[in-house]
Design a protein around this ligand. Structure first.
Ligand SMILES: Cc1ncc(COP(=O)(O)O)c(C=O)c1O
Length: 410
């Protein structure tokens, strides 16, 4: 059965109907709201299967968390062994120590680590630490950069450069967050020179894990300006951490932030986040800042993380995933050229970004790809170390058909 047929089966329709009754919009995540909705029952390696057995090649890869693919044997064994030893001790445990030691050994900025339950929480904590360390309130973020869904990082600029907050976030909170454009380094430097900024936070890959690249000279200038003004320099490496290299984007760039925010790959597909940074800053959590959190360093996430970091620590899986992504990018670009469809494929390490010339085609590409049996995340494809030549060939054939479908007005 094709995906198009599968999502119209009775089983899918029934689930979608039940979901609409109990989940707002029938969904659990702002980017899982597309229709027709797919319902996944199982996943392994580079593939996932719908409730009726229909198979898809997966490039959502756990929203980027699964660099080693679905259900990697080392992660599965670690979790299976741990689950019967208990899932929550309500106390310190050896796993949190080992996990933090791994992070300290891999991530340049990491002298100490505090675990959280998600990347969003880790961002909140990093900014809290920066505010306490500096005694200042103002946060600076870059236009279009995404840092999870907390209030403090939600303000954005409109086309005229005015700051807005999304519905539900008071405008007064927006006043404490200054959004800076990435094409105006002088504005960032002038903002920092005022001496009232607690932290500058950015995706060092550029917005949306490299979708909108960021000039390394801008990042270096921001590093220097933070040091000069006493602001805490924060890299959000929730997506890039351990994926673009064992030490993340900071290792690739050779620029070390004061604090890194981590998530996703660090826990091998289980929930977690972490703040990893300078010891003097992190020590504020021991002396001044109370930071609870029921699921901090949860043992199940810890064992999945430890198993994953053991494998990715030497950079081998990243090289494999990067090589696959490079071939896929080349083939997808060739498919666009041979179909005469305007567009480009941008690659950051093992992540591809699809740009189609027409915005309506861009909006349709994910659905068109799913109809061809390939699941991507919005307009991005996360490759893993276990995608195969067969995946590559099928993904190229699927893309060739999907770009035509997406470019054909409905
Ligand atoms: C760069 C970045 N920061 C933070 C987050 C938030 O992480 P989480 O979804 O674990 O809360 C995300 C999530 O995709 C992200 O892409």
């Amino acid at each position: 059965m094709s995906v198009t047929e599968a999502v119209h089966t009775r089983a899918h329709a029934d689930l979608a109907e039940r979901a609409r009754r109990v989940l707002p919009g029938g969904a659990t995540h702002a980017s899982r709201t597309y229709d027709p909705r797919i319902y996944v029952a199982r996943s392994s390696g580079s593939r996932k299967w719908l409730i009726d057995g229909t198979e898809l090649i997966d490039y959502t890869m756990g929203h980027g968390a699964l660099l080693l693919g679905h259900a990697h044997p080392a992660v599965v064994t670690a979790v299976q062994e741990q689950v019967s030893r208990g899932t929550h001790y309500g106390a310190a445990h050896p796993l949190e120590v080992e996990w933090a030691e791994q992070i300290v050994s891999l991530v340049p900025s990491a002298e100490k680590v505090r675990f959280t339950a998600s990347g969003t929480e880790a961002v909140m904590l990093a900014l809290r630490v920066a505010r306490v360390a500096t005694g200042r309130d103002r946060i600076v973020k870059l236009q279009d950069h995404f840092h999870g869904w907390s209030d403090v990082v939600s303000p954005y600029l409109d086309a005229e450069g005015r700051t807005h907050t999304p519905v539900g976030v008071p405008e007064a909170l927006g006043l404490l967050t200054r959004v800076v454009r990435t094409d105006d380094p002088a504005d960032l430097e002038a903002t920092l020179a005022r001496g009232d900024v607690a932290a500058v936070i950015m995706e060092a890959s550029g917005a949306h894990y490299g979708q909108l690249p960021l000039d390394p000279a801008f990042i270096a200038a921001a590093r220097a300006a933070c040091t000069a003004s006493g602001a805490v320099f924060v890299f959000d490496e929730v997506v890039t951490g351990f994926r673009v290299s064992p030490g993340g984007m900071q290792e690739v760039l050779g620029i070390t932030p004061d604090i890194s925010v981590l998530g996703k790959v660090m826990a091998g597909g289980l929930p977690s986040g972490a703040v990893a940074g300078r010891a003097d800053l992190l020590e504020l959590l021991a002396t001044t800042i109370a930071h609870p959190g029921t699921f901090n360093a949860n043992p199940l996430s810890a064992v999945a993380g430890i198993a994953t970091l053991r494998l990715v620590g030497d950079g081998g899986p990243q090289r494999t995933a990067d090589a696959y992504a490079m071939s896929l990018a080349t083939e997808w670009a060739a498919a666009l050229a041979s179909a005469g469809i305007p567009g480009t494929i941008r690659r950051l390490s093992s992540i591809l970004h699809i740009f189609l010339g027409e915005s309506s085609a861009q909006a349709r590409i994910a659905n068109a790809m799913r109809a061809e049996g390939v699941d991507i995340l919005n307009t991005s494809a996360f490759c893993s170390s276990v995608h195969t030549i067969a995946d590559l060939e099928q993904s190229v054939a699927a893309f060739s058909r999907a770009i035509v479908a997406a470019s054909t007005p409905a």
